[in-house]
Design a protein around this ligand. Sequence first.
Ligand code: BT5
Length: 257
Amino acid sequence: MNETSLKKKLSKLKLGGLRYFDSIGSTNDEALAWATAGAPDFSLVIADEQTQGRGRFDRKWFTPKGSGLALSLILRPPHSHLPYLSRTVGLAALSIADPCFKLGLTPRIKWPNDILLNSKKAAGILIETVWSGDKVDSLVIGMGVNVNKASVPPADMLQFPATSIEDELGEATPAREDILFDILGAFLHWCEKIDTDELIPTWEGILAFRGEQVQVAGQSPITGELLGLEPDGSLLLLDANNNSVIIRYGDVSLRPA
Ligand code: BT5
């Protein structure tokens, strides 16, 4: 992957701008700075390697050189989309899932921000907000996707098993630029649908652990059957007393037997 081949590949997409780095700390940091400085809507920061890739809650994200996708998109949501911004993580997850389906894989979304292939994590999403006073100025949507085998971290770095597209698909794995093109195309498609009735059922339809007993980590872990999603993208559980519980933050895992 290099800047020239990327620009050529992505020329048909309506990107606001593109910044490519052979190596960077974190594409989200670069995108946050660019967004603050006025980056146009749908600008892209992408790197071949990250040395300080971040997950949520200051966790680390592993992006060794030449093997995965590490990208951050800058969105400037129109006023009409502001009530729906909590759905953004779902539309980002669908944008990674769609190209996986196209390749014949069966992605599942582990709410809120992990994409699983064969029950193992193949991609993660980190969304950060740039505020202007108490108003949302822009969103930075960071995506890390394990494409080639070398992008999978060593097991001692992981709490949850990981995989890559190449691990699941073998030699048929497309070049990273081709997967990127499909992710961005799907992202544009779903962005336009953030305020429609289509997004939530599609997202819900590929949730991992649906109908199973799960646990949501937190100060006091919550357990229950995973029923689906609320209209704002929150997770809906049914607890042991048959009460509905709505979860807005957390990490979902299967409840230990
Ligand atoms: C995430 O956080 O899954 C969000 C990851 C977002 C990464 C992108 S890359 C482009 C942009 N720039 C950044 O700096 N970040 C974004 P979380 O749910 O907190 O998961 C983090 C955990 O995933 C770590 O603690 C590891 O256990 C595990 N992990 C790290 N690297 C991984 C990888 N390449 N594949 C699978 N699991 C990984």
